[in-house]
Design a protein. Structure first.
Lengths: 292, 648
């Protein structure tokens, strides 16, 4: 039986063998691997790209103080982008499961319709949730639009939920019982983080300060977006730092949401504020890609 | 010749497959009838008896006038690709009988099939190549297109047609050669059952044998998400049976696509039946995996149940002030207050009012946040658990009913009143802020709500008229409800003219249940011989009055009535109206009485000249007709009935 880290290493190795660039996690807080610039920005424009990385993904509202065997404030996704999507992409994916020791002839795999949409990113795609013996282990999406832009080349996005997948492989009921590496449990590595961030996210994060930070990052983002037009050497223009501001806003929104600070009516308006930033940044990135 | 088309794709959403097949069943195959079948990965069309070629045809092309001379004719012939000798002189013109040779059907299909394939209508399509590339429901990965043994050559979305299909994605992931005769057997040998009917039957038989309660909708879903289905039975800890059966069943059916297993009707057993897309589970791995997932799901549900019991529904009502009903319409607490009021308006008793107060409180529970489809049901279960009267908990449980035209209405009186009041509030409020449905857009399901109201009133035999709900007999909401009532009655099998005949009269102000009774009687009497001719006569009366621009001046002047058909008609009218008017007379009897006037009406029109020279007599005859029409139009607007004469 492979440990958590061995499974991750095998998946990375598998995708490396299939031409993917292997990168390390992005260093700004994100809610999903999709939001990393390696996905969100790279899928725009006509350049082929293959990348795979593990992305710790923060969802403050999903925190359960380390009490729930399946729900986590921060879970790890293995994110794969294949742009353009090859014709045998589903076979490639299935072979990756075999590479981590799943004998497909003995398990029930189903592809069930599940379309993906991110209102905060102005992005959507169609695809499936991949069910293994009744459990969702992967989200498979053909992106259609990102930042409100129809994509030049449709990429396939494969997102493995690593904790679930490994809990399944190791046949344990709680993610905390996953063997991370020999003699070390998932609990030993991550429990304190789950507990303490739940406390902060739900009980202590200063709502006013969070709003203020949201406003600051939004202002920085807007200010940068406004400067592109007149900026002379467009190659040098900091689109990537602009996008970091979007990510900051998105994470602050999630924190405020977990804190119960956003009413249902406000919610739509705040999502729109973040989406406007994301769409604006995506446009600059796409424009920058087209420069000679 | 035999035709075979297989569109090989990545997994198509199950619910869209039947719609695609019905479109493919209309494929133009030169007179041959297509048969269609599908799995999630392939849409297959087969047909036999296609011609090899289309017949030769002759086309008549008119040329220049003979007077234009030989030069013009020669130019024309050249353009048409023939010699001058091929032209004939017919009358004043040259004419060419052009021979259009038939074409090979294989070539014609090669031209038409790409368009036919990409022309299939789907609810949502995607592209998977470069921007502007073809769209389909999911990527097309292979195409088999054969006429007998020959490939119909074409390319669609970058895929070339051929004679190679594919086996099951996991069990036989390879290309396999197929033709018209062999495709089913070859696919079967490669772990694919092409026939949906056979997969459906296999699932049903196996699942039943394992004790499953077959739910048709789930059976259909499973038929179209598997290529090689096999059922297995799994178990769960009987301790979970403490949870309500509704919650367990919901988790099993909707979240996990399992059939529930019952030990006796209505009693869940601690088992489930899952349907795999592989042939067997010799090591029990699939069973173990599914059991593990279900356990986690049930644990969540139990956790929600326990957390939710810490605060009673009654104590949650105030929390509804934090739950938005709709941005323009305030909170669910405000809605609750309104619904209680409407229940009062509709004459609901203390149980219905008590239920109205608690009905929306389950929206604040963890269980409903997780299993949204269980709203109402969860409220009812919690109310029962928390010791509310049975009439109250039952009413809450059923207050979203009917969920469709096929669904049943709430079973108790309090539940019916609450269900109506809740829907009436939706209608009144959304109409008030101009969010009524437009065209095909009905985001708040108001049509369904209105039909639900009508259905409950009719089937619950409740004495509510459309005015009770709309508040006043005019305006957009009133018209909308009448239109939905019309729709409801037609869906019950009444003909549109019958519905109109009743709803066009003052009867529309009556209770919906009463309207239904009248429609039933009308539909019953319609086939009797006197009825339709009488309806035609009524329309004739209406036309006569219209043409004469008749305005009633006073009562019928009896002494002026001529002996014979005119007086007889008058007497018959008086006699019938006395019976028909009496509240003692059943509606059916009243209609029969009216129908019995037919010979007298006929005789009147045959022998009496309405447009008499004497203006006073003419006026009096029109008055007689007017009174007859007016009197009996309160029963039904007979002029709306479409008679067989109209259809000729």
């Amino acid at each position: 039986m492979d440990s958590f880290q061995e499974t991750i290493l095998k998946l990375k190795h598998y995708w490396s063998e299939h031409g993917a660039i292997i990168t390390e996690p992005y260093d700004v807080e994100v809610g999903a691997g999709t939001m990393c610039p390696e996905t969100f920005l790279r899928v725009l424009g006509p350049k082929p790209y293959r990348v795979a990385y593990v992305q710790p993904s923060r969802r403050p509202a999903d925190g359960r103080y380390g009490d729930n065997p399946n729900r986590l404030y921060k879970h790890q996704q293995l994110q794969v982008i294949l742009k353009p999507s090859p014709a045998d992409v589903l076979d490639l994916y299935l072979a990756s499961l075999e590479a981590i020791g799943i004998d497909l002839s003995k398990h029930d795999i189903k592809f069930e319709e599940d379309n993906w949409e991110s209102p905060t990113l102005g992005a959507w795609g169609v695809g499936w949730q991949v069910m293994l013996d009744g459990m969702e282990i992967t989200q498979f999406t053909y992106f259609q639009q990102c930042g409100g832009i129809n994509l030049d080349l449709v990429p396939a996005e494969i997102t493995y939920g690593l904790e679930r997948l490994v809990a399944f492989l190791q046949n344990v009921d709680s993610v905390y019982d996953i063997e991370w590496t020999k003699g070390v449990k998932y609990r030993d590595v991550r429990f304190a983080e789950e507990l303490q961030f739940s406390v902060w996210n739900f009980e202590m994060a200063d709502v006013e300060r969070l709003w203020r930070l949201f406003g600051e990052h939004e202002a920085e983002c807007k200010s940068l977006l406004a400067q592109y037009e007149k900026y002379s050497d467009k190659h040098r223009f900091p689109v990537l730092p602009t996008y970091d501001q979007v990510l900051k806003c998105s994470n602050l929104f999630n924190l405020l949401d977990a804190r119960g600070a956003i009413s249902v009516t406000e919610r739509v308006a705040v999502i729109k504020r973040v989406r406007d930033l994301a769409v604006g940044t995506a446009k600059l990135w796409a424009a920058q890609q087209e420069l000679a | 010749m035999n035709f075979l088309l297989e569109i090989g794709t990545e997994e198509i959403p199950h619910w869209m497959i039947p719609g695609a097949l019905s479109q493919l069943a209309k494929l133009d195959l030169f007179g041959a009838a297509p048969t269609v079948d599908a799995t999630p990965r392939r849409l297959v069309v087969r047909a036999t008896g296609l011609p090899e070629r289309t017949p030769d045809q002759e086309q008549l092309v008119k040329g220049p006038p003979i007077s234009a001379g030989d030069k013009a004719a020669a130019g024309f012939a050249k353009k048409q690709g023939v010699g001058l000798s091929a032209m004939q002189k017919v009358g004043d013109y040259y004419e060419l009988r052009k021979q259009i040779p038939g074409r090979a059907v294989r070539d014609l299909l090669a031209e038409s099939l790409p368009g036919s394939i990409l022309g299939i209508q789907w609810a949502k399509t995607m592209y998977w190549g470069a921007k502007g590339s073809p769209r389909f429901i999911r990527p097309i990965r292979w195409i088999v297109a054969l006429l007998n043994d020959e490939v119909i050559d074409f390319e669609v979305a970058g895929v070339k047609s051929g004679n190679l299909s594919r086996g099951h994605r996991v069990l036989a992931n390879r290309q396999v050669k197929v033709d018209y005769d062999s495709i089913e057997a070859v696919l079967r040998a490669n772990s694919v059952i092409l026939s949906a009917a056979e997969r459906r039957a296999k699932i049903e038989t196996e699942a039943r044998a394992l004790g499953a309660t077959i739910e048709p909708e789930l059976l259909e879903t499973l038929t179209y998400i598997t290529e090689f289905p096999a059922a297995i039975k799994g178990d769960f800890d009987p301790a979970y049976l403490e949870l309500p059966a509704e919650v367990l069943t919901m988790v099993m059916r909707h979240h996990q696509k399992y059939f529930a297993v019952e030990s006796a009707p209505g009693v869940l057993a601690p088992h489930f039946v899952a349907v795999m897309n592989i042939s067997g589970d010799p090591d029990g791995l699939v069973k173990r995996g599914n059991e593990r997932v279900l356990k986690a799901r049930f644990n969540d549900a139990r956790f929600f149940w326990e957390v939710d019991q810490k605060k009673k529904l009654a104590d949650r009502v105030e929390d509804l002030s934090h739950v938005t009903f709709q941005a323009k319409l305030g909170t669910y607490l405000e809605k609750t207050t309104r619904v209680i009021h409407i229940v009062g308006e509709l004459g609901g008793g203390p149980d219905a009012k008590g239920a109205a107060r608690l009905a929306k409180a389950d929206l604040t529970t963890e269980m409903v946040k997780e299993f949204t489809d269980l709203q109402g049901i969860v409220g009812g279960l919690y109310a029962k658990h928390q010791g509310e009267p049975k009439a109250v908990s039952d009413a809450i449980y059923e207050h979203y009913k009917p969920l469709s035209m096929e669904d049943s209405i709430p079973s108790t009186r309090a539940g019916q009143v609450l269900a109506i009041a809740d829907k009436v509030d939706n209608l009144r409020e959304f109409f008030r802020v101009d969010l009524a449905p437009t065209g095909s857009k009905d985001p708040f399901a108001l049509r369904r709500a209105a039909q639900g109201i009508v259905k409950i009133a009719v089937e619950g035999k409740l004495d509510y008229s459309v005015e009770h709900f709309a508040g006043k007999p005019d305006g957009a909401l009133y018209d909308f409800l009448l239109e939905r009532a019309d729709y409801y009655f037609r869906s019950q099998g009444f003909k549109y003219d019958e519905v109109r005949a009743v709803l066009n009269t003052q009867v529309r102000h009556a209770g919906l249940h009463y309207i239904h009774q009248r429609l039933t009687a009308l539909a019953e009497i319609r086939p009797t011989p006197d009825f339709e001719p009488l309806a035609a006569s009524f329309r004739r009366i209406q036309n006569i009055l219209k043409q004469a621009e008749f305005k009633p001046q006073g009562p019928i002047n009896q002494p002026l009535l001529e002996a014979g058909p005119e007086r007889t008609l008058f007497e018959k009218y008086q006699q019938v109206s006395a019976v028909a008017r009496s509240s003692q007379t059943p509606y059916r009897k009243a209609l029969e009485e009216i129908a019995s006037m037919r010979p007298h009406v006929d005789a009147f029109f045959d022998q009496i000249l309405v447009n008499a020279k004497d203006q006073i007599i003419r006026e009096n005859r029109l008055t007689l007709l007017y009174n007859i029409l007016k009197e009996f139009s309160t029963i039904a607007d007979f002029s709306e009935i479409v008679t067989s004469g109209d259809q000729k």
